[in-house]
Design a protein around this ligand. Structure first.
Ligand code: ATP
Ligand code: MG
Length: 329
């Protein structure tokens, strides 16, 4: 059978799964990444992000499914396919006793960068990654942020079309995080970038698209705007009531309102109860709730409406699998 590949796809996962023994770390993952995208694999610890990246980098084969890199089947032509990839592993192994420029020259040699253009090639990556001032320094003596830049520079050697960055900002201080995020945005202008993170704001700040992963499965995929738009009519209302005796009456009233979901209740200090629920109603229910509670003599202390954020969608997806995502994948 002739495989149809979309020519704009630089990466394509088709029903990829990975088992470690009997444990399924990736389960039927299909995704496509196009030129010009910065895609964030977002998921909690153990979600399968690193596993997906290692498969993509050709570290090991999937237990099932296929990976295509720029239309090349990774299992059939691994060397050719891998030429298009640059990879920054989760725990990058650099040579602490080598100087930065020496190490990058060494990588350029390993990646078959022609000797005539090697110096200029390495220099260009050092400029791009802000390494020119530390070219002569021993890698082992660099700060973590600079070591990460060296890791990114080595991934860029050979001018890959796809850059895979596994948790590129992990363990860095806020200034270094901002610098590395800026660098990733710059790099994303000329190549596809796939990065993994468990930090949601990172995805909003850096990525053009998010792939949410949990327990080896893709939960949702779309631009940050698309993911947010499936929340646009959803909000949370929080109602605080004085006196625990009113619990049953309050629950009955709230459950009787249309469009109320996921009603939760919490006891609060000072004999207070808090009820939180989601609503998809266009109508603002606050006035109605106030009126009903007054009619029933339930002492209302506070009523608040909270807009849901991308963080909420992520948590909902993780914990409850709600907000079934129907957008493009
Ligand atoms: N070599 C291995 N042998 C057995 N199980 C493994 C192996 N590597 C990963 N796993 C398991 O597979 C699951 C996915 O791991 P993976 O490292 O891909 O997650 P992750 O999303 O990168 O997590 P983190 O955010 O902690 O880096 C985890 O449950 C992990 O324990
Ligand atoms: Mg990982």
């Amino acid at each position: 059978m002739v495989k149809e590949t979309n020519p704009s796809n630089v990466v394509r996962f088709e029903h990829v799964s990975k088992k470690y023994g009997s444990f399924r770390a990736l389960d039927d993952v299909s995704l496509e990444i196009d030129e010009g995208e910065i895609v964030g694999f977002l998921g909690p610890n153990g979600a399968g992000k690193t596993t997906a990246m290692r498969i993509l980098a050709g570290f090991f084969a999937p237990s099932g499914g296929k990976v295509w890199i720029r239309g090349i089947d990774l299992s059939k032509e691994p060397q050719k396919a891998k030429k298009s990839l640059g990879y920054l592993p989760e725990a990058v192994k650099l040579y602490p006793d080598m100087r930065v420029s020496e190490f990058l020259h060494y990588v350029a040699k390993l990646k078959d960068v022609p000797p005539a253009g090697r110096r200029a090639h390495v220099q260009e990556k050092m400029v791009l990654c802000g390494l020119t001032d530390v070219g002569h320094r021993l890698i082992g003596r660099l700060s973590k942020g600079y070591r990460q830049r060296v890791g990114i520079a080595q991934a860029l050697i050979g001018d890959p079309h796809v850059l895979i960055l596994d948790e590129p900002t992990s363990g860095l201080d806020p200034k270094q995080i901002a610098d590395i995020r800026g660098l990733i945005r710059t790099l994303g202008k000329d190549r596809a970038v796939i990065l993994s993170t468990h930090i949601l704001p990172e995805v909003s700040m850096v990525c053009s698209r998010v792939v949410m992963i949990n327990q080896g499965k893709v939960l949702a995929s779309g631009t940050v705007k698309e993911l947010e738009s499936c929340l646009k009519d959803r909000r949370e209302i929080s109602v605080r009531v004085k006196g625990k005796d009113h619990r049953q009456a309050a629950i009955k009233l709230l459950q009787g309102l249309p469009g109320i979901e996921a009603l939760r209740m919490k006891e609060e200090p000072g004999e207070e109860m808090r009820f939180v629920f989601e609503t998809t109603q266009d109508e603002d229910l606050r006035a109605r709730i106030t009126q009903l509670f007054v009619q029933q003599n339930i002492p209302l202390v506070e009523i608040q409406r909270v807009e849901l954020t991308l963080e909420d969608i992520f948590l909902h997806l993780l914990h409850e699998g709600r907000f079934a995502w129907k957008g493009p994948s």
